[in-house]
Ligand binder design. Sequence first.
Ligand SMILES: NC(=O)c1ccc[n+]([C@@H]2O[C@H](COP(=O)([O-])OP(=O)(O)OC[C@H]3O[C@@H](n4cnc5c(N)ncnc54)[C@H](O)[C@@H]3O)[C@@H](O)[C@H]2O)c1
Length: 268
Amino acid sequence: MIIEGRTFIISGGASGLGLATAHLLTAKGGYVSILDLSKTDQDALFTSFPSISKSSSRVKFFPCDVTFSDSISTAIAGTVGWINQTHASLAGIIACAGISWPAKIIDRDGNPMDMPTAKKVIEVNVFGTLDFIRLALPHLITVPPHGPDGERGVVIMVASSAAFDGQPGQVSYAASKGAIRSATLPMARDLARYGVRVVSIAPSLFDTNMTKGMGGKARESLVRVMEWPRRAGRGEEFAHLVEAVMENTMMNGECIRLDGAVRMPSKM
Ligand SMILES: NC(=O)c1ccc[n+]([C@@H]2O[C@H](COP(=O)([O-])OP(=O)(O)OC[C@H]3O[C@@H](n4cnc5c(N)ncnc54)[C@H](O)[C@@H]3O)[C@@H](O)[C@H]2O)c1
């Protein structure tokens, strides 16, 4: 897969891992359609792309809430209209939108987990991911096949180390990320006939807006259990793995841990 001159559509692309990926793909000559909540400060978003102005033809923002199919469809239709102007055919669907609201199955006072909270996590992280991919795919499977293998493109989903070793308070989040991990192989099998690969990435602790609210003590104890390097990951390290996945045609149907060998313990 050659990134230059192709379009990548990123849900949750206005922040954190998605934004870092958008930066890398544009730096490599790709076009990026960023789908994110309408509250996104677009001026701030565009100033984060030093080499690209708001009027540039290589980055576009489309407001989108992945929990509403109509919202996704409108944003994808906008992206397709944009592609018709740029002629940079679709090559990748990258699902980064996610939330991580913590809750124990039963709290210290014996209160059961709040179901609306748990449902919201699953709604955004699982159904929001699958709905976004489902609605973008008809546009990916119809691009002309490229290269000697006839590849059309790549789908990347974001799981988490919680899909493997979730911590206390991560019941619904771990369940959502386990679902993404489990969906990776069957989705790759479904899409093989179209020359579309599917990979999920399972990061451990990465420095983003999602984790910036984590208290000093919690962060310190997480860092203490890390193998090496003993620090949170950086957005650009996630983006480099996205690039590697894009460029390596043999990567398919796998959930790849990106975690510096950390295995989260139960108690820290
Ligand atoms: N940061 C970490 O340590 C870490 C670790 C493992 C997995 N992840 C996963 O990586 C992905 C990206 O997270 P991040 O760390 O970059 O967080 P982030 O909060 O910086 O970015 C997430 C983005 O998703 C968007 N979003 C949330 N709900 C949405 C919705 N309903 N519709 C559209 N967009 C929505 C947010 O507006 C935000 O821009 C998430 O799926 C997260 O679970 C993060």
